[in-house]
Design a protein around this ligand. Structure first.
Ligand code: ATP
Length: 252
């Protein structure tokens, strides 16, 4: 297929400046990037490259200093705080390194919580499909404390999927998991894209994790430096080594 894919979200000339004067930091600097609908994109780059800032700005958790961010066709800068809150709730899903589940609720209640809070009646067929994909079986009635780390993160991913968001942002989702459990979660994310058509953007430091994505985008010093389609752990690692060599060369 050669046609242009539609973007679930995008940034156009997005710049975020923290602080001022001598303390000014351009966390992202004139970033233009599109996250294609129905694809899995990894954001990579060294510590301080601006990965989290980019994700937070595109997800409407932070605002850009200049430039624009769109979720679908909606430009976030045109929204009031209240409209932005509604957009985040209805169109964006989040998965964090630390799971962020409510301890008093069982797994199934955690999954449907965002819908309950929004006062939306769950689409039962969809929830059933998500729950079937999550593969927790009888552990759905267990509380987070009775689940393993991998099972907790599965619940967190299912919770993000429950409202059928336009895009899910995952910030180091396997950062707290051992490699085998991490691989299970990455497979689950991959299935959400392949079988449910979900769009996912994941920040990661791990080349093995990035290899599950359809594309890996590399940031350095707040700018998009490169993009690899169909990344493998090997190609990602090679790119990372090349950036490190460049950065060391510049700081000499
Ligand atoms: N709230 C803030 N106030 C001031 N500076 C900030 C703030 N948030 C981020 N920065 C700075 O912006 C730059 C980019 O930070 P960011 O957290 O986006 O990088 P990152 O690539 O996600 O890093 P890491 O991989 O370590 O999480 C860094 O220099 C950071 O110190």
């Amino acid at each position: 297929m050669t046609g242009e894919r539609s973007a679930a979200a995008r940034a156009v000339g997005a710049t975020k400046v923290y602080g001022s004067g001598a303390a000014e930091v351009r966390a992202i600097d004139d970033v233009t990037i599109a996250f294609d609908a129905g694809r899995f994109t990894a954001i990579m780059g060294p510590s301080g490259a601006g990965k989290s800032t980019l994700m937070h700005c595109v997800a409407g958790l932070d605002t850009v200093s200049s430039g624009q961010v769109f979720v679908g066709d909606v430009e976030l800068g045109s929204l009031s705080d209240r409209q932005l809150t509604v957009l985040r709730r209805e169109r964006i899903g989040f998965v964090f390194q630390s799971f962020n589940l409510l301890p008093a609720l069982d797994a199934e209640e955690n999954i449907t919580l965002p819908l309950t809070l929004a006062g939306t009646r769950p689409d039962r067929a969809w929830i059933d499909a998500v729950v079937a994909t999550v593969g927790l079986g009888d552990r759905l009635s267990h509380r987070p404390a009775e689940l393993s780390g991998g099972q907790r993160q599965r619940v967190a991913v299912a919770r993000a999927l429950a409202s059928r968001p336009q895009i899910i942002f995952a910030d180091e989702p396997t950062g707290n998991l051992d490699s085998r459990t991490g691989a299970e979660i990455l497979t689950f994310l991959r299935e959400a894209v392949d079988e449910l058509g979900q769009t996912i953007v994941m920040v990661t430091h791990d080349p093995v994790a990035a290899a599950y994505a359809d594309a890996a985008v590399f940031l350095a010093d707040g700018r998009v430096r490169d993009r690899v389609e169909g990344p493998t752990a090997r190609t990602v690692l090679d790119r990372m080594s090349a950036f490190e060599a460049e950065t060391m060369g510049r700081s000499r």
